[in-house]
Design a protein around this ligand. Structure first.
Ligand SMILES: *Cc1c(COP(=O)(O)O)cnc(C)c1O
Length: 384
């Protein structure tokens, strides 16, 4: 096999227009909490068809804001799938709530709505659905359960900017939706995140929480010509800068192109693996439009995933594993007594999944080389 220059699993795309947008802000009066923040918030809210959006310093901060807006506190339980990044669970712990893990569906690796009700208790306050890899969860079924028990439905949509469920965009399907703008995500602000919602009460609470618990930001105060402010609750500095938001506004204009390319790469991989049963792409449901933050395959159970993984890395292919189920991390085992066996489907999938590179600048030729290399690694492993 001829080796390739190193290909990461994900990567941002920045052009001259982005650089000009950032430079313009650097030369302006507002570096933070200025007009670019609200412009970015409006643009994201409009894109996902939500009434409000509040931008913050990271996707993790956005998740924390959502838990604060719900008033999650000690003793409250929040349901979530384990097949996600640790931050989805950590944000519950930040507010002293208890994460309760719900296993995933074997084909999509999305939270299994059929397993939610059995975990609901008097203490349950919310469900956090994760649109794993960029595929929306079954929001209709989750909504029915949430309404039946009076729970809030939150979407961790960090993988799913631009994804759709029954013709509606992720960002407008849950009571609050969280996105991240880390460089591996669809669009980037360096670090950054946002919460979208139709609920004015949530919007208000998040705006206070991101600014130390103070009930007016400096921009509003200046407009009033007023020195007065009050801290009404304990908040954080989770603000995002105008520099970042200028980049976000400029990036959002390219999202359409990014999505087309990600879907194109996914289709090429799908075609490459269509004739083999040893490499199984994650199943995609009929009623969704996938956003493909990740392209994940399951390797046949008879093959050693770690060995295949190593061989791909040796060939300079930046494969990854998303994710170690959160309940298996030492912190959660120790603090919440979670253990192997609690979510068998997620645990089993974890042993067989590999995320292949997918990003805007990945060429068709690269995709071909990566899929050929994966097939070849598997052929060599099997021959042994
Ligand atoms: C990226 C990500 C986050 C955290 O976002 P940051 O901006 O890195 O803090 C949370 N949840 C999921 C599912 C993610 O992929």
């Amino acid at each position: 096999m001829k080796s390739l220059p190193y290909i990461p699993y994900g990567k941002q795309f920045i052009d001259e227009i982005d650089i000009d947008a950032v430079t313009e802000v650097l030369q302006s009066d507002w570096l933070t909490t200025g007009p670019k923040v609200s412009e970015f918030e409006r643009a994201i809210a409009d894109f996902v068809d939500a009434k409000y959006a509040v931008a913050v310093s990271s996707g993790t901060a956005a998740l924390h804001c959502a838990m604060y807006a719900l008033n999650i506190k000690e003793g409250d339980e929040v349901l979530l799938p384990p097949m996600t990044f640790a931050a989805t669970a950590n944000c519950i712990v930040f507010q002293k709530g208890t994460p309760v893990f719900i296993d995933v569906e074997p084909d999509t690796l999305l939270i299994d709505p059929g397993k939610v009700e059995e975990k609901i208790t008097k203490k349950t306050k919310a469900i956090v659905a994760v649109d794993y890899a960029g595929q929306p969860c079954d929001y209709d079924r989750l909504r029915i359960i949430a309404d039946k028990y009076g729970l809030a439905l939150i979407s961790d949509g960090c993988h799913a900017l631009g994804a759709e469920y029954k013709k509606k965009k992720v960002g407008s399907l849950a009571d609050m939706t969280v996105f991240s703008f880390h460089p591996v995500k669809h669009i980037t602000t360096g670090e950054g995140g946002i919460v979208t919602t139709d609920n004015p009460e949530y919007e208000k609470r998040i705006k206070i929480f991101r600014n130390h618990g103070i009930n007016m930001d400096s921009h509003q105060r200046n407009a009033k010509g007023d020195w007065f402010y009050e801290m009404i609750d304990l908040g954080y500095n989770y603000r995002i800068t105008d520099i970042q938001c200028a980049l976000g506004i400029s990036q959002l204009k390219k999202l359409h192109r990014y999505l087309i390319q990600r879907r194109r790469v996914a289709k090429l991989y799908d075609q490459a693996f269509a004739k083999t049963e040893i490499i199984m792409p994650i199943f995609v449901k009929k009623d969704v439009v996938h956003a493909y933050h990740l392209y994940v395959v399951q390797i046949h159970k008879d093959l050693d995933r770690s060995k295949v993984f190593e061989m791909l890395r040796q060939n300079n292919i930046g494969v990854n594993v998303h994710y170690i189920p959160v309940h298996l991390h030492p912190y959660y085992r120790k603090k919440y007594n979670t253990a192997t066996g609690m979510c068998p489907i997620a645990e089993d999938a974890f042993n067989h999944i590999i995320s292949l590179p997918i990003f805007y600048e990945l060429t068709d030729d690269n995709v071909k080389k990566i899929s050929n290399c994966l097939m070849e690694c598997i052929r060599i492993r099997k021959a042994k």
